[in-house]
Design a protein around this ligand. Structure first.
Ligand code: FE
Ligand code: ZN
Ligand code: FE
Length: 194
């Protein structure tokens, strides 16, 4: 089912995918499954990020999460494009890892006090775990797309990879700019009652 825009299925002399890799290799099947997994992850982040934004205390963190939400919507669109470059219909398959990471972010919100910097420090850590998962996944998929000779897909995945890295660094900067320090000054409720 060749997409007219795709170059991977009908290219002739490019020094790329040879033999089995021409459209139905085991590696391409694996790549397809990994793409569905990531598609699920990104789509679910579009739902999860607003909750993290809402739960955050500082305007700085709320803003960073809000901006990454906008990027994440674009990540979903880019994955749509990658599916199409391979001639596939975009399809999601549950990502157990992302489900777990999102659940962890939800319990972190439950376990920390509303309006505290400790809440923010904890949300930042949960968000960075999510970004690192995405960085690992996009990094791997960029390499696989290149191996299969689909440079266009590799380029698109790489744009998102760079945005995930920037998001991760931005979160580190916010934590280090004062949130962690302020959190350290916060007295626990248990101590206040004594
Ligand atoms: Fe993403
Ligand atoms: Zn997964
Ligand atoms: Fe992300």
């Amino acid at each position: 089912m060749a997409n007219t825009k795709a170059s991977n299925t009908d290219s002739k002399k490019t020094p790329q995918a040879s033999g089995a890799a021409k459209g139905n290799s085991q590696l391409e099947q694996f790549f397809h499954e990994a793409l569905k997994d990531l598609y699920w992850a990104e789509k679910n982040l579009v739902t999860a990020l607003p909750k993290m934004e809402e739960a955050a205390t500082s305007e700085e963190l709320k803003k960073a999460i809000g901006e990454h939400l906008t990027q994440t919507e674009e990540h979903v669109n880019r994955l749509d494009q990658v599916f199409k470059l391979f001639g596939w219909n975009p399809q999601a398959k549950k990502c157990d890892a992302m489900q777990g990471l999102i659940e962890e972010s939800e319990s972190i919100v439950e376990e920390t006090e509303d309006g505290t910097m400790t809440r923010d420090a904890a949300i930042i850590m949960a968000a960075q775990k999510i970004e690192h998962y995405e960085i690992a996944t996009y990094g791997g998929l960029v390499q696989l797309a290149m191996t299969m000779g689909n440079d266009e897909a590799a380029n698109i995945l790489n744009i998102t990879l760079e945005e995930e890295k920037e998001a991760d660094q931005g979160l580190s900067a916010i934590a280090e700019s004062g949130i962690n320090w302020e959190a350290e000054q916060e007295v626990s409720e248990d101590d206040e009652e004594k």
